[in-house]
Write a protein that binds this ligand. Structure first.
Ligand code: ADP
Ligand code: MG
Length: 262
């Protein structure tokens, strides 16, 4: 059996008459890069919202490192080691890139504890340490040179990376990415892929990403699960999933061959 860091067990989520997720199960193995794909409205974001505690389930359970997490508050779940980025980047636009990352630093970081105190020598020391640490996270995603630039002034591709750096600053065990490639050009997607592979190799990070199309996830995912209208219709390695007749059919309505990267 795979060592599942995250175990999603037959979850159901309803919004009025809509069944956004219908008894969907998912295992994310420690150290793996996994993807959930599916057409618009398939339930992908709902899945991330359930895992991070933003949405309640109508049935089923979610556990992380063997501990049940559904029903817990989002900040409690985050503290257990789950970080995410959003489909639409949510940065502090007027703050510099490095300050955005400093916000993400672990709340036990001396810097964050010192913020509430006077701006004495202890504060200065911890601020310097926090800046150094934050700069390392910017470097991990390749934007250390932009540390002083206001987040809103960064080009879109770099904002995406900054959001990633801020999520990393919380030192998660599991990183959830909601459509990280949306709006990126091909070259940017390729470098994002390298960053993600590197994070797994060097930080031992486990990554679950969701995407509309398969192009990004094909190259880096060990396993892909496919949702359609709230149901899991296929699962396996990228090759298996790409060839699945069910998957091709699900995407046909929206020019499937293209969406599947064929
Ligand atoms: P995806 O991310 O795959 O595009 P979503 O998870 O966003 O799909 O949505 C799945 C379904 O659930 C859609 O029909 C969507 O309209 C519905 N849905 C998602 N979130 C809400 C919500 N907060 N309130 C009502 N309906 C929602
Ligand atoms: Mg979505």
């Amino acid at each position: 059996m795979m060592d599942a860091l995250l175990h999603v067990d037959k979850i159901t989520v309803r919004f009025g008459g809509i069944v956004a997720l219908d008894k969907v199960s998912l295992d994310v193995g420690r150290g793996s890069i996994q993807a959930v794909i599916g057409p618009n409205g398939a339930g992908k974001s709902t899945m991330l919202n359930v895992i991070t505690g933003l949405y309640a389930v109508d049935g089923g359970a979610v556990s992380f490192e063997g501990e049940r997490i559904n029903g817990r508050a989002p900040h409690t779940i985050a503290q257990l080691g789950i970080a995410r980025t959003f489909q639409n980047t949510e940065l502090f636009g007027e703050m510099s890139a490095i300050e955005n990352v400093m916000v993400g630093l672990d709340r036990h970081h001396p810097y964050n504890l010192a913020i509430g105190m006077s701006h004495g020598p202890g504060y200065r020391r911890s601020e310097i340490a926090a800046r150094r640490e934050a700069r390392d996270f910017l470097a991990l995603v390749g934007i250390a040179d932009d540390a002083a630039v206001a987040a809103a002034a960064l080009p879109f591709g770099k904002q995406r990376r900054l959001e990633l750096a801020r999520a990393l600053a919380t030192r998660p065990k599991l990183l959830l990415l909601d459509e990280p490639a949306a709006g990126l050009r091909a070259a940017e997607i390729e470098s994002l892929n390298l960053i993600l592979l590197n994070l797994r190799a060097e930080q031992g990070l486990t990554i679950l990403l969701i995407d509309h199309v398969m192009a990004l996830v094909m190259a880096i995912s060990d396993r892909i699960s496919v949702l359609n209208f709230g149901r899991k219709i296929a699962e396996g390695n990228p090759d298996t999933v790409r060839k699945s007749p069910e998957v091709i059919r699900a995407y046909l309505g929206e020019k499937g061959a293209h969406a599947l990267g064929a």
